[in-house]
Ligand binder design. Structure first.
Ligand code: BTN
Length: 243
């Protein structure tokens, strides 16, 4: 996979920009911006994108992505998550290596610091123009605003030193390219190994119900829970709460 990197000083959102390029027929691009004036998170939330963080999106051809893949977007999220995990772990001191992990579906969290989030992923699929966009935001040297201090953390806060965002991006891309070609079972094996959700007692709140139980297996679509009423497979998005 040959990916060309485009570096922008400022843009509203690298995902939105990739969407525009995708509709113009462009493919195999990575767009990184120093600042996003309107960074987008999942469920329409805002993603703070001040200077010092790593904000980028990868634009891929849908056919190439779906080659031999039965699912749609779930796997791309998982490939992104395991690649971020493998990248960040290299920058952490020994005593913090066990502290980071993936919270289902695709957040990277720091369990040593109240499960605060260090990375978020937003992938989008466009069936009409046949492309996918994988958007990743990682808190590196950026200042975390006061109103999200309880839930977000940066690499700088964890390690008390500054990092080269471009070095991290290139490490990530090399992991991503390797992981992209893995078989399903290898992706899931890595994902479960890096997971901070597997084995945890969780509460899942959906519009229909509230379920508590222990997560014993994960797949692209959701989690398997062991509950008092038996085993349940639940398609969860952002409604999972670690207990
Ligand atoms: C989330 O956890 O809610 C997902 C956050 C995704 C943020 C990244 S930053 C780069 C890319 N551009 C965006 O506007 N969003 C994603």
């Amino acid at each position: 996979m040959d990916l060309k990197v485009i570096h922008l000083k400022e843009i509203d959102s690298t995902n939105r920009y990739c969407y525009k390029l995708g509709k113009e027929g462009k493919r195999n691009l990575v767009v990184i911006a120093d600042i996003q004036s309107a960074g987008v998170g999942r469920l329409g939330r805002r993603w703070y994108s001040n200077y010092g963080g790593l904000y980028f999106s990868i634009l891929l051809d849908l056919k190439e992505y779906l080659n031999n893949r039965k699912d749609s977007i779930g796997k791309l999220n998982f490939i992104g998550s395991i690649s971020v995990y493998e990248t960040l772990i290299e920058y952490l001191p020994e005593n913090l290596k066990g502290a980071i992990g993936i919270k289902f579906p695709n957040d990277i969290i720091v369990s040593a610091d109240k499960d605060k989030k260090i990375c978020g992923i937003l992938s989008e699929i466009n069936w009409d123009y046949k492309f996918v966009v994988l958007g990743i935001g990682i808190n590196i040297n950026n200042h975390i605003p006061e109103d999200i201090k309880d839930t977000a953390v940066s690499l700088w806060e964890l390690c008390k030193r500054e990092y080269d965002r471009f070095e991290i991006l290139h490490k990530f891309l090399s992991r991503f390219k390797d992981n992209f070609h893995l078989e399903d079972k290898e992706i899931l094996k890595k994902y479960e190994k890096y997971s901070k959700t597997l084995g945890r007692y969780v509460k899942i709140i959906t519009p229909k119900e509230e379920i508590t139980g222990t997560v014993f297996k994960i797949d692209y679509g959701g989690v398997y829970l062991s509950t008092f009423e038996g085993i349940r497979h639940i398609n969860v998005g952002d409604c999972i709460h670690l207990r």
